[in-house]
Ligand binder design. Structure first.
Ligand SMILES: Cc1cc2nc3c(=O)[nH]c(=O)nc-3n(C[C@H](O)[C@H](O)[C@H](O)COP(=O)(O)OP(=O)(O)OC[C@H]3O[C@@H](n4cnc5c(N)ncnc54)[C@H](O)[C@@H]3O)c2cc1C
Length: 309
């Protein structure tokens, strides 16, 4: 398997040398200097913070990158990989920045960020029922581009609109279409990756093991994924979306118990997700109560849904 182990920083690495290395490995026609942000740059903080999605990692004490490279061209990514290896500087790849532990933009060793947000093109081919999606694209952008071209196609992915595809596919991807169509990664048919030697590989040239690893195995351990080719799924023109909430005083305990017994036996067109939280009680003033919310998507119209009663 062509796996990649990123080197960690050593004392001899200097930012200056690293910057020179980046310049010398980039193409004159695609100058890399235009996409580099060091702490001296006035836009450094806003570029860093724009994809910090967990504010716990946006403290003054959070370790900051020595550099942010907002790649615009494949050659920028190749230069970043080669230079990171040569200088032993840890590279953090960031797409949507939704990692729960901030691993795409924080580290306890010296590091830089390779930001993928400029790689967000989405090319939908309805005839073939496929799309190429660059990893910096967010879930809502992909759903929107599919809907622009077809009202009978969709893609099974998560519910948070600003999650990035780079991290989402690396970990699996689950959402409202999961019961009928599985995880996002069950619907990936090809990918483009840049490996540790700067080579661009597709599914055929990377081989089955690496393809398997970048579709659920945690992508950043294996290289920089540029894009995924996804298989669109068919959805009806009419779907039903609703949510029902019940508190402890409204028979929550029995409903939650019953939900667990029936949810997996319902038709696969009916997806019901349950979340539990604590809210102010409407019957006992000043007290808290438990609440269960059932978030539902049904692939069909109301007549069909009610026929499942
Ligand atoms: C509010 C919220 C809601 C969520 N909802 C859902 C949901 O409904 N369903 C679901 O399945 N998940 C959900 N998630 C989890 C989410 O899918 C993962 O956290 C995912 O890894 C985020 O991807 P990202 O690109 O936004 O994150 P990032 O932080 O950018 O990346 C996450 C990881 O992937 C690596 N990575 C990113 N891009 C690349 C790339 N191009 N090549 C190689 N490695 C890369 C990063 O280095 C990091 O290790 C949610 C997360 C949050 C914070």
């Amino acid at each position: 398997m062509g796996s990649v182990v990123w080197a960690t920083a050593n004392n001899s690495s200097s930012l200056e040398g690293f910057l020179e290395c980046l310049q010398s490995h980039s193409e004159l026609s695609n100058p890399i200097s235009a996409v580099l942000y060091t702490p001296e740059n006035s836009s450094y903080s806003s570029v860093l913070q724009s994809y910090i999605r967990n504010l716990r990692f946006n403290e003054s004490t959070t370790p900051k990158p020595q550099l942010i490279l907002t790649a615009l061209h494949v050659s920028h990514i190749q230069a970043a990989i080669v230079s990171a290896k040569m200088h032993g500087l840890q590279m953090k790849i960031r797409s949507g920045g939704h990692d729960y532990e901030g691993v795409s933009y924080a580290s306890d060793v010296p590091f830089f960020i390779l930001d993928m947000f400029n790689f967000r093109s989405i090319n939908v081919n309805i005839e073939n029922e496929t799309a190429w999606v660059e990893t910096g694209a967010t879930l809502d952008e992909v759903f929107y581009r599919i809907a622009e071209k077809s009202n009978v196609h969709g893609f099974p992915a998560g519910v948070c609109p600003t999650v990035g595809f780079g991290g989402h596919f690396g970990g699996g991807g689950y959402g409202n279409l999961m019961r009928k169509y599985g995880l996002s990664i069950d619907n990936i048919i090809d990918a483009q990756i840049i490996d540790v030697n700067g080579r661009i590989l597709d599914r055929a040239s990377m081989g089955g093991d690496l393809f398997w690893a970048i579709t659920g195995g945690g992508g950043s351990s294996f290289g920089v994924v540029l894009a995924y080719k996804i298989k669109l799924v068919r959805v009806p023109t009419t779907v039903i979306v609703f949510r029902v909430a019940r508190t402890y005083e409204e028979n929550l305990t029995n409903i939650v118990y019953r939900y667990q017994q029936v949810a997996h036996k319902l038709p696969e067109e009916l997806f019901i997700r349950m979340s539990l939280d604590v809210v102010n009680s409407s019957v006992r003033t000043g007290e808290k109560t438990n609440r269960a919310t059932f978030w539902t998507l049904f692939l069909g119209d109301s007549e069909k849904l009610l026929s499942h009663e």
